[in-house]
Write a protein that binds this ligand. Structure first.
Ligand code: ATP
Ligand code: MG
Length: 183
């Protein structure tokens, strides 16, 4: 019974996520145009996830938080950033931190999330944004993911006219860099 309950819980979570993905891909929502204060949004996410991270001997550090407001859909940006940050917490090494930076450019803002985990093999750096794609090692871990978080994050960022990319840091760890256009 416990197993059935756990599996059905997972299934309903998956269905929720698939619906979100379909909704974004179908662009059913109104065009995203509410003012979203990024620094506020990120501080809230960090506040919500920090406790969980601390329980696993991991930290979230905000390196630099320029005050930036973009026009967008708060809910979608929230999902995108939370997914990326939660991945960082999951993969960063025990005792290390997930580092977040917001840097304002001329006509875009960059949000960079960096962890100190194993990173992703070069050949999979683009694939991790595809629905259900998980790197083999992660599948062996009982890390509980479905492999849809980054697909949602990518669609959410694209719907804002932005971009999202993954690369490995020189000294190890994954870097996710998101660009969002400024008004
Ligand atoms: N910070 C990271 N370090 C190392 N590998 C990562 C990192 N983030 C993502 N990955 C790899 O990319 C895969 C896809 O990530 P994604 O967030 O889409 O799925 P998930 O976290 O496995 O599941 P879900 O987000 O649906 O709960 C992960 O399974 C993992 O293999
Ligand atoms: Mg994830």
């Amino acid at each position: 019974m416990a197993r059935i309950e756990k599996e059905s819980g997972r299934l309903s979570e998956l269905i929720d996520q698939l619906l979100i993905l379909t909704r974004i891909e179908g662009n059913v929502d109104n065009p995203p145009n509410e003012p979203v204060r990024l620094h506020k949004l990120l501080s809230d996410i960090v506040h919500d996830t920090d406790f969980e991270a601390a329980n696993q001997d991991r930290r979230i550090e905000i390196q630099n938080l320029d005050e930036v407001t973009v026009l967008g859909a708060m809910e979608m940006l929230d999902r995108a950033l939370e997914n990326v940050i939660r991945n960082g917490i999951r993969y960063t090494a025990a005792g290390s931190a997930v580092e977040i930076t917001i840097a304002k450019g001329e006509d875009y803002v960059a949000i960079i999330v960096r962890d100190h985990g194993p990173g992703v093999p070069q050949e999979y750096l683009e694939q991790i944004f595809k629905p259900f794609f998980r790197v083999a090692e992660s599948r062996n871990l009982d890390s509980g993911g479905t492999g849809i978080g980054l697909a949602i994050a990518k669609q959410a960022i694209l719907m804002h006219g932005g971009s999202i990319e993954a690369r490995n840091a020189k000294k190890g760890g994954l870097v996710i860099e998101i660009h969002l256009p400024l008004l």
